[in-house]
Write a protein that binds this ligand. Structure first.
Ligand code: FPP
Length: 246
């Protein structure tokens, strides 16, 4: 029989996939190879989450700041995204995965953004796992966007300014309607959130691992989930209160 701790599976996991570049550099390979290996780890993580019954997985694939990387590396990442869309969407769809790209898609070349929209449309009805891929995303951008959208609704007279509360705000931010992020993982050894999902991780448990993203496999994810299962989530209450309310 499963123990209580073992049965505590996070409903929503968010991952900062860091360390592709270092993985390649340590092998004297171009950084783009590290990203290519990273794609294999993405495939394994999606499969892992499906198998463990996680409802949503959100991956930070390209931040708003990543445009500042050397032109060659940005180009290689764009090519990788294009190829991944061509190669992976069919299988993800067959496995019941619903894909959503979150971020400012308007900055991407039409060839790429139209394929992103097509993948979202094609997989819209799937329910085995929600896979959110954050591209040209920043947490502050997300919050500013939600604030702008609410202000515009207020100006149009659709909502009263007084009606804006946390719940309405959340409906205008990315990942609206999805389970709250329970577990935030960052690979690659840095102890930072780096402008990823600031609003959405308010109560997430944070897990940092030194593993570089291309090395992340089921064992690394098992360790993260085991640590999550041991944590006590209090949401501002005391342990004693939690024992009473169950
Ligand atoms: C960070 O590692 C990783 C990225 C900026 C890109 C993430 C992209 C992938 C994993 C490729 C495929 C993704 C999808 C969704 C198809 P880094 O380059 O910052 O590593 P470093 O810190 O070692 O330099």
């Amino acid at each position: 029989m499963e123990t209580d701790a073992a049965s505590r599976i996070p409903r929503h996991i968010a991952i900062v996939m860091d360390g592709n570049g270092r993985w390649a550099e340590r092998r004297h390979l171009p950084r783009a190879i590290g990203h290519r290996e990273g794609q294999k780890a993405v495939r394994a993580a999606v499969e892992y989450c499906r198998r463990r019954g996680v409802e949503a997985l959100t991956l930070f694939a390209f931040s708003s700041e990543n445009w500042k990387r050397p032109e060659g590396e940005v180009g290689a990442l764009m090519q990788l995204f294009l190829k991944a869309l061509d190669r992976e969407v069919g299988e993800l769809h067959a496995n019941g995965v619903r894909i959503e790209f979150v971020g400012d898609l308007s900055a991407f070349a039409l060839e790429l953004s139209s394929r992103m929209h097509a993948a979202m449309e094609r997989t819209r009805e799937n329910s085995a796992l929600r896979l959110n891929v954050a591209v040209n995303y920043g947490g502050r951008w997300d919050i500013a966007n939600a604030a702008r959208s609410l202000a515009q609704a207020a100006v149009r007279g659709e909502i009263a300014a007084e009606a804006i509360d946390e719940s309405l705000f959340a409906q205008h931010a990315c990942l609206a309607g999805q389970p709250p992020v329970d577990l935030f993982i960052r690979t690659g050894g840095e102890l930072r959130v780096s402008n990823f999902l600031l609003w959405q991780i308010a109560y997430a448990e944070l897990h940092f691992t030194d593993a570089l993203w291309p090395d992340v496999d089921a064992d690394v994810l098992d360790a993260a989930l085991a640590e999550y299962a041991r944590r006590e989530r209090r949401y501002g209450l005391t342990s004693a209160q939690l024992r009473v309310t169950g």
